[in-house]
Design a binder for this molecule. Structure first.
Ligand code: SAM
Length: 391
């Protein structure tokens, strides 16, 4: 059962203490985790106002025994690209009601939430969006998150302004970047981003990130059959031997605006077959339990690729990810229809203990496994957009 805590091994109690930070205060009392779970299920996201604040420490597990390990934070719902599979122009046009600035979590609020998530076992934080590099002074947020310590800090970007920002991000404490790149052919790339953005500028961004030491760099290619699948082998070739890791992602039915159809999904097994036919591959063990990408290495020793088969081989059973939306809601699945409002607590004077309790309640009650249950009918269900929840 990789990545999953068998029920019998769940921690049976949690330590609790007085008001203060989740990280540095002494623990003073122990309450059974089961009690917290029951209370949490009954009243999710209610601020604890009486008595000592409850700060669960150590591991949490959801209703399926999955631990909480990763947090994806969407820092803006805006993007300068209009990728046809993510933010199609006809929906995200000039009049689209993006969030007003005061609805966005401030950097201080994000860092505070991150600290509480870390106390709950989160080890890795990914900044995303929208396009995270559009958020003004994003490096300041990186610095604040790096100051928490002990977190693997990464960021996913379309690379448009990465050449300008890479060094400052690295200096602020970012560990690595993932760059989205759906084609090398400039014509195909411009058609996919739908804002006529040249592929060379993204390639410059990748080079700048490598020079700044933000490696190993991951390159994400979303494969849409009939649109960019002819780019699979050229992209694999281009980055073979560079140390960058290309990950080929199955086109998913995220959100409700991309008009997803199963026939446009090219199964990851086909991606591997196409690459292996010209650049022989061998499968590699995962780096850790719950890794989303299946790893393959080039037989000549010149690097590796990954495939993310989120449609044809769902990996919900190992999913350890929570998402924090731009406006401070917690989502426990990329395909969720609703989130849990943390901002109300943050701005309503809740202390860290109350935040921790609320987060524990959400995680303990989590039962999502959308991708394992996906059908043509569920794909039509209204879901939140990836740009808002964070890809
Ligand atoms: N703007 C940044 C970027 O382009 O990487 C971060 C946000 S974007 C939503 C994060 C990732 O989600 C990108 O790699 C993007 O290609 C991927 N993505 C968006 N829509 C997708 C879909 N329908 N299926 C699979 N991946 C998708």
């Amino acid at each position: 059962m990789c990545g999953v805590y068998p029920r019998g091994l769940l921690p049976s109690s949690i330590a609790v203490g007085g008001k203060g930070s989740a990280d540095d205060r002494p623990m003073t009392r122990i309450i059974p985790l089961t009690d917290l779970r029951a209370a949490a299920r009954a009243a999710p996201l209610r601020a604890a106002t009486d008595g000592p604040a409850v700060v669960p420490s150590g591991l949490l597990a959801d209703a399926r025994g999955r631990p909480l390990r990763d947090l994806r934070i969407s820092v803006t719902d805006r993007c300068n690209f209009r990728c046809v599979y993510c933010m199609p122009k006809d929906v995200f046009g000039r009049d689209y009601p993006f969030l007003p600035h005061d609805e966005l979590l401030s950097f201080e609020e994000i860092a505070r939430v991150a600290r509480v998530f870390k106390a709950h076992g989160v080890e890795k934080i990914r900044l995303t969006g929208g396009e995270p590099l559009l958020r003004r002074n994003i490096e300041k947020l990186v610095e604040m998150l790096a100051a928490i310590g002990g977190l693997d800090l990464t960021l996913t970007t379309n690379g448009a302004v990465l050449a300008k920002k890479a060094r400052a991000l690295r200096d602020a404490g970012l560990n690595r970047v993932t760059v989205s790149l759906d084609a090398l052919d400039d014509r195909v790339f411009r058609a996919m981003n739908d804002v006529d953005f040249a592929v060379d500028r993204v390639l410059e961004g990748i080079d700048a990130a490598a020079a700044a030491g933000l490696s190993p760099i991951k390159i994400n290619m979303v494969v849409k059959r009939g649109t960019n699948d002819q780019e699979i082998v050229p992209i694999a070739r281009r980055f073979k031997g560079t140390g960058h890791i290309v990950r080929f992602i199955e086109y998913m039915d995220v959100g409700s605006t991309n008009g997803w159809k199963m026939d446009e999904v090219l199964p990851s097994a086909d991606v591997v077959r196409r690459i292996d036919a010209v650049l022989p591959l061998a499968q590699v063990d995962p780096n850790y339990a719950g890794e989303t990408a299946e790893r393959w290495r080039y037989r000549d020793g010149s690097g590796e690729i990954g495939v993310i088969a989120s449609v044809t081989q769902a990996f919900c059973r190992d999913c350890t990810r929570a998402r924090l939306s731009t406006d401070g809601r917690i989502y426990t699945c990329l395909f969720a229809t609703a989130g849990h409002d943390l901002k109300q607590l943050l701005r309503g004077g809740a202390d860290d203990g109350a935040l921790a309790t609320a987060i524990a309640a959400v995680w303990n009650a989590r039962d999502d496994r959308y991708s394992e249950l996906r059908t043509a009918a569920t794909a039509m269900r209204p879901k939140v957009e990836m740009s808002y929840i964070g890809g």
